[in-house]
Every structure is written in C-alpha cells, then in structure tokens.
Design a protein around this ligand. Sequence first.
Ligand SMILES: CC(C)(COP(=O)(O)OP(=O)(O)OC[C@H]1O[C@@H](n2cnc3c(N)ncnc32)[C@H](O)[C@@H]1OP(=O)(O)O)[C@@H](O)C(=O)NCCC(=O)NCCS
Length: 176
Amino acid sequence: MTSPETSRTAKKKQDMQIKIKYMEIDDLAPAFHLGEKLFTLRAFPNLYRIWDEYEIIDFYHASSDYCFSAFADGKLVGFLLGTVIEKTKKRKYGYLVWTGVDRDYNRLGIATKLFDEFKEQCIKEQVIMILVDTQADNYQAIDFFTSKGFGDAQDHVYLSLDLSEEINESHHKRGG
Ligand SMILES: CC(C)(COP(=O)(O)OP(=O)(O)OC[C@H]1O[C@@H](n2cnc3c(N)ncnc32)[C@H](O)[C@@H]1OP(=O)(O)O)[C@@H](O)C(=O)NCCC(=O)NCCS
C-alpha cells in the first residue's frame, strides 16, 4: 500500500513546475546561500574543496556552459556546477563538482533534471565520461549518483594536517 507521504510526494511532483536554466549572474547569491546551508562544515560533500563565494564565481566564470540553476515556486531551489577537463584533444571528461537541492524540495526529481541538462551538454561536447566524487558517508548523494547510473566507486583517502596550533605558536613567537 502507498504511504500518505509517498502519495503526497507523487502529487507534489506532478503539480510542481520546475524550470532548469543556465546559471545567470542573478543566481549566484541565492545559489551560494543555498550551498552554505547544504555544504556545512560537518557535512562537506567534497572534503578537499571548500564552499565559498569564490568557488561559485570561479565556476560561473570558467565553465558557465556547465552550470545550471533550478527554479520552482518562483525561487532558486537547486543548482549544479560542473566543468570539463580536456586530457588530450580526443578525451574530454565531465566533472560534476557541486550539486544541491533545497531540502524542502528533495525527492521531486530536481537534481535529476539538473543532471540531465549537464549530461546533455557533455554529450554535445563529446565528453566521453562524467566523474563525480563525494564523501563515503554521504549516502544521499551516493544513492542519487547510483540512480543516475554511476558506478565503479574507487577508494580514495583524504588526510588532513591541522596547522592551527603551529600558526598560534608562530604568532606568539612574533609577539602577536
Ligand atoms: C543529493 C541531492 C542533490 C539529491 O537531490 P534531489 O532533487 O532530492 O534528487 P532527485 O529527486 O532527483 O532524486 C533522484 C533519485 O536519486 C535517489 N535519491 C535521491 N535522494 C535520496 C535519498 N535521500 N535517499 C535515497 N535515495 C535518494 C533516488 O533514487 C531518487 O529517485 P526516487 O525519488 O524516484 O526514488 C540532494 O539530496 C542534496 O542536495 N544533498 C545535499 C548536497 C549533496 O550532498 N550534494 C551532492 C554532492 S556535491
């Protein structure tokens, strides 16, 4: 039997008008603030990249053909920032670096629509493979990417060295 929650989501999905567009300058601030909510310090999806305003500006500046915004109810509710890496003239790789959807709009197919646009753009540009990465415990993202056909997960280990104490010590030594 279908649960009331499932049928509510199905109804919302049917009624919702979702519009996907190439990202525009006016989208940068709302997308940045949405990212701030989703990519918190406790839950970095990409451990080695930091979500800040330069990140979104850099993508918009360097690879605007691969950056998309999603609108529903007259506001920005999702985004995707990607790029293409050209290894040789014949081998292009798409790299989906950031994607996020407002929690109130999850499971309505918005990230799917953003991804479909990105993928279509990649195909147009003869990209042979799309790469993504995320933290091993970001199950939401892993389930999402798996649902889009991604597989062959490789293990990578990211290590970190905290330099804050050494910074403090050198600050004290300098009499700061
Ligand atoms: C991952 C994320 C982008 C998915 O957005 P979304 O719009 O809710 O995804 P969709 O509605 O298009 O989901 C498509 C499919 O992905 C899978 N999926 C998505 N979210 C899921 C979840 N929380 N649990 C299990 N499966 C999930 C399902 O198979 C879903 O299909 P279904 O709803 O028909 O079952 C969103 O949860 C998010 O913003 N997460 C935080 C940021 C993040 O981790 N980004 C990814 C790394 S940069």
